[in-house]
Design a protein around this ligand. Sequence first.
Ligand SMILES: Nc1ncnc2c1ncn2[C@@H]1O[C@H](COP(=O)(O)OP(=O)(O)OP(=O)(O)O)[C@@H](O)[C@H]1O
Ligand SMILES: [Mg+2]
Length: 399
Amino acid sequence: MYLTRISLNNFRVFTRLDLKVPRRIILMVGDNAQGKTSFLEAVHFFSVFTSIQAGSDRQLINFLSLKETQPVARLVMSFSRTNQLRRMEIRLILENGRNGSMRLRKEVLVDGVKRTLQEALGGFHSVIFLPQMTSIIEGSPYERRRYLNMTISQAYSGYAKTLSEYKQAVLQRNALLKQIAEHNSDPRQLDYWDELISDKGAFLIYMRIKTITELEKHARHIHKNLLNQSEILQWVYQPSYDPISESANQIAFNTVSLVDRSEYSQEQIQTGFRKKLQGIKRDEIFRGVTTIGPHRDEIRFLNNGVDLGIYGSRGQIRTALISLKLAEVDWLHDKSGEWPVLLLDETLAELDLQRRADLLESLQKCEQLILTTTNKNLFSKKFLESCVIWKVASGQINE
Ligand SMILES: Nc1ncnc2c1ncn2[C@@H]1O[C@H](COP(=O)(O)OP(=O)(O)OP(=O)(O)O)[C@@H](O)[C@H]1O
Ligand SMILES: [Mg+2]
């Protein structure tokens, strides 16, 4: 997969940009605050339809355009997938909401036809690495769930839809639990929501088990071979509803432990999940919230058995994140038969020369790779000769 052209209007610092993109390795060189990261963010937006770094997608609209009556950021991209040229357009429209507040509306057109975000997801694959993404390892469980959701959504379009239905169902079930506690609703109504939540939730849990197992396999291999790490990198999925603790002949695991859940079918997970929800009904009515399920899942990353989120050094966390991201590349290739576009922001600075060279060598398999740097001298002459160099300054890009 590779992009052939991109144009941006009022997207962050890019008031107007129209650019042909070669099917090559592209090195974006520029001083601080010129638009390098924003450009990668724009490309990745076509894969996930949300910003990977902004707290709110509104921040993506160029702030000078906010004075206009209806500020719009427009992103258009042509890309090749299975040798077919496709076109995707995204509009971020800031408009008046009902109660006088401003709200952001997103529109997506694929080959000229309007699609819902869920329909358009998975059309274009990219993997992005930003240095601040170490928060996937060190940050809150929410950030890890978000990361996993975005990753799975690129390969399985149905996942995002189910996730959104699940979240909606949890909100409604929570409202009902509160009403029951206040004696304003019949507890039997919970059965409907338990069925729905366990059905949607089981799919999410099943997909997470499967994806984590697959990603871990790739990550472990990359960590060991490519990054010359003698340590073993492991992912530990800790589902809030855990099918394992329900099995008669299994012990419940409360600590960080490595267990295989891959033999559980979606049906088994659903049955167990629903039963568990029924078992904790009283407690949940008392608390007024749904206390178990994928919305409370956790994932930990271990290096030789040691939890990186708690004890990892800066360098260990950085290399683990590189392994994670490169695993995504191989995983997406497994899923679709196409290499995703790889976007690396200031990735190589902390690696030594040999590892940098090995890494760049291994990335030649991607059809398109966009890297950013403030310092061209970090790269060998041989590498510089092999890529296209873009100069980025004040939201303008020139070859
Ligand atoms: N919504 C926006 N409207 C206009 N400008 C914005 C908006 N959001 C961010 N910017 C500005 O865009 C500029 C480029 O930011 P970006 O993070 O892309 O820079 P960078 O080249 O990656 O810099 P660094 O090397 O420091 O990482 C910054 O000056 C930032 O303040
Ligand atoms: Mg940057």
